[in-house]
Design a protein around this ligand. Structure first.
Ligand code: CP
Ligand code: NVA
Length: 310
C-alpha cells in the first residue's frame, strides 16, 4: 500500500520528494503498459465524480480516458448540473458525494473551496485547477522533463509570464525534485509571496536555486527548459486588454529562446495563444515538447489515481 492511499492532492506542497518520484515512476510504468496494449485495470469498479466550474480540454479528457483505461468510471458534473450551482453548500456536496463515489476531482476558482470540499469529503479530492494551483499539470510537466532530459535535479527551468496557478505548481514541484527554477513576470504579476515562501521552506538545507525576477532574459539564461502559459487565465477575461500590454515583453520567441541552452526544450500547459505568450514558430520548433507534455497528463494522472485510490 502506498503512503498516498486515501490522501487528497490539493497542492504539491503536501507531497514528499519520494512521493513525487513514486508518482513519476508509476506513470512511466503505466505509460509502457498502455503503449504495449497491456490491460492495467487497477481501479476496476471504482467511480470518480468530476466537478468542473471552468472549461477544460486536457484535464477532463485525460482524466475520463485514464479512468476508463483503469477500469473505473467517471461522472462529469458541470456546476450548473449540481445543486451546488443553486446554493447547496460545498460541505453538504462533499459529504453526499462521498457516500457514492470513490474520489472527487474538482476544477474551480477559489483554492479555499477545494480545501473546504476536501475537509467535508471522506474520499480523496484532487485539484484539477484552481486560481492558485494546478498540481496535476506540474506532475505531467515533471514527467515530461524527466523523459526528455533523463534527470530532474540540477536542471534549470525558466518560467516566463504570469505568476499564476501553473507557475505556482511548477515552483512547488521544482523544489521537490531539485530543479533550479527562475520565474520572470512583470512587476505586480509575480508569483504570490506566500507560495514562494512555501517553496523556500521546502528548500531547507538544499542547494538548488529559486529566482523570482522581472527580467525574462535573466531567467532564460542557461535554461534547460523554457516554459510559458497564457497571459489571461480563466476568470481574468475582463483584464484582457491591460494584460496583453503588460505582458508583451514576456513573449517566448526565437530571440528569447536563443539565450537558453541550445538543446533547451519549450513547454506550455496549453491552451496556447500564438502571437501572445508564445510565437507560432517556437510552437512549431523541434525543441517544443508541448504535445508530449499534454499526453503526459494522462499517464501522470493515472499514476496519481492508482496511488490515491488503491
Ligand atoms: N492544461 C490544461 O489544464 O488544459 P485544460 O484547461 O484544457 O484542461
Ligand atoms: N493559467 C491557465 C491555465 C489553463 C490550463 C488558466 O488558469 O486559465
Amino acid at each position: 500500500m502506498s503512503s498516498l492511499k486515501g490522501k487528497d492532492l490539493l497542492t504539491l506542497a503536501s507531497l514528499s520528494s519520494d512521493e513525487v518520484y513514486l508518482i513519476l515512476s508509476r506513470a512511466m510504468e503505466l505509460k509502457r503498459l498502455q503503449r504495449r496494449g497491456s490491460p492495467h485495470r487497477l481501479l476496476e469498479g471504482k467511480v470518480v465524480a468530476m466537478i468542473f466550474a471552468k472549461p477544460s480540454t486536457r484535464t477532463r479528457v485525460s482524466f475520463e480516458t485514464g479512468l476508463a483505461q483503469l477500469g473505473a468510471s467517471s461522472i462529469y458534473l458541470g456546476v450548473g448540473d449540481l445543486q451546488l450551482g443553486r446554493g447547496e453548500s460545498i460541505e453538504d456536496t462533499g459529504r453526499t458525494l462521498s457516500r457514492y463515489v470513490d474520489a472527487i476531482i474538482i476544477r474551480t476558482f477559489a483554492q479555499s473551496d477545494i480545501e473546504e470540499l476536501a475537509r467535508a469529503a471522506s474520499v480523496p479530492v484532487i485539484n484539477g485547477l484552481s486560481d492558485d494551483f494546478h498540481p496535476c499539470q506540474a506532475l505531467a510537466d515533471l514527467l515530461t522533463i524527466l523523459e526528455k532530459k533523463e534527470r530532474l535535479a540540477g536542471l534549470n527551468l525558466a518560467y516566463v509570464g504570469d505568476g499564476n496557478n501553473v507557475a505556482h505548481s511548477l515552483l512547488l514541484g521544482a523544489v521537490k525534485v531539485g530543479l533550479n527554477i527562475a520565474i520572470a513576470s512583470p512587476a505586480g504579476y509575480e508569483p504570490k509571496s506566500w507560495v514562494v515562501d512555501l517553496a523556500l521552506e521546502d528548500l531547507k538545507g538544499v542547494t538548488h536555486k529559486v529566482m523570482i525576477t522581472n527580467d525574462p532574459k535573466e531567467a532564460v539564461k542557461e535554461a534547460d527548459v523554457v516554459y510559458t502559459d497564457v497571459w489571461v487565465s480563466m476568470g481574468q477575461e475582463k483584464e484582457r486588454r491591460k494584460r496583453l500590454a503588460v505582458f508583451r515583453p514576456y513573449q517566448v520567441n526565437k530571440d528569447l529562446l536563443s539565450l537558453s541552452k541550445p538543446d533547451a526544450i519549450v513547454m506550455h500547459c496549453l491552451p496556447a495563444h500564438r502571437g501572445e505568450e508564445i510565437t507560432a514558430d517556437v510552437m512549431a520548433d523541434s525543441r517544443c515538447v508541448i504535445f508530449d507534455q499534454a499526453e503526459n497528463r494522462l499517464h501522470a494522472q493515472k499514476a496519481l489515481l492508482t496511488l490515491l485510490m488503491s
